[in-house]
Write a new protein. Structure first.
Length: 315
């Protein structure tokens, strides 16, 4: 169901005009509040961020699983058309993962392309603290305070699965910052979900009503993934490749089982905010989740995943 556009020849591969060992930070990142514990789960303590999910070992495991399932779904870590425009194997590229989480993608790709330099940025330092590839570094900072890099610092930037991190009115600032730090001809890989589950089951629809209340309360757009192409075009980023996948939830084999596990763990991670925004207690939330999981399997529910490569024009 993928849709690929713009098939340039191999001669259009671009090496950076110069090789610098590591991107130079333009400003010192603001020191962030650390963390807080709610109902036995550890969350970030940055009151300026709407991000709903924890930053503990359970969440790290969920994010690891999400990475490998997404890689299986798309068949890659870096979408194919990126390698037609940028010479990953030749090396010298500067690569940034925005909101990198536990850095599963970074650890894999930095080993796959050892001659490139990789940076991960996130407000929670849940990445590997000691053992990591030599060409990989991390910065703890909130991207909503600005990306701490000079203009045109990176050849390739990734942004994925941030629908629950940014308000609708914060996406413009985020994409403006990413465009700023992309070099001319640089590429953004952007992957996200439309979290509005497609199902005719009444229990699933009941869950979605509660989820929508939560998102509306916090100014989040759970369908941001389905709008990525419009947002990228609005920021003068030309789409090179687009892919769409339907994610089965609890059916269709190991992939569906894995994504249902991710969904269940995500709802449990959002539990404090789901209860608060919908006036639910623990027992009511658990019962709703169980009914929802059963309904997803019986109705063969699915979500849509959208993946884009978008290029910054050469001035």
């Amino acid at each position: 169901m993928g849709n690929t556009s713009s098939k340039p020849s191999a001669t259009s591969q671009r090496r950076p005009s110069h090789k610098q060992k590591k991107p130079i930070k333009e400003i010192q990142p603001t020191r962030l509040p650390t963390k807080k514990t709610i109902d036995g789960r550890i969350y970030h303590a940055d009151e300026t961020s709407q991000y709903l999910l924890p930053r503990d070992d359970q969440e790290i495991d969920r994010l690891h699983e999400a990475h490998f399932l997404t890689k299986e779904l798309l068949g890659c870590n870096v979408m194919a058309d990126a390698t037609k425009h940028l010479d990953f194997q030749g090396g010298g590229l500067q690569i940034l993962d925005v909101c990198c989480g536990p850095a599963t993608w970074l650890c894999e790709t930095s080993l796959e392309y050892p001659s490139c330099q990789f940076v991960g940025i996130d407000m929670s330092n849940i990445w590997p603290q000691v053992i990591r590839p030599a060409n990989l570094e991390f910065i703890e900072a909130s991207v909503l305070r600005g990306l701490p890099f000079p203009d045109k610092a990176f050849d390739f930037v990734q942004l994925r699965f941030v629908s629950l991190a940014f308000k609708t009115n914060e996406w413009t600032y985020l994409l403006t910052e990413i465009r700023r730090i992309l070099r001319d001809g640089g590429i953004l890989q952007c992957i996200d979900l439309d979290m509005q589950i497609i199902s005719d089951d009444q229990d699933v629809k009941h869950y979605l009503q509660h989820f929508d209340v939560l998102c509306n309360t916090r100014g989040l757009d759970p369908s941001a993934g389905a709008k990525l192409d419009m947002m990228l075009n609005d920021h003068n980023l030309s789409i090179l490749q687009s892919e769409y996948r339907e994610i089965p939830l609890g059916w269709g084999g190991p992939l569906g089982d894995g994504f249902m596990n991710i969904f269940s763990a995500e709802v449990q991670g959002m539990a404090p905010w789901m209860k608060q925004s919908n006036n639910l207690n623990d027992e009511q939330l658990i019962a709703m989740l169980r009914r929802t999981l059963r309904g997803m399997i019986e109705s063969k529910a699915y979500m849509g995943l959208y993946a884009f490569l978008a290029q910054k024009p050469v001035d």
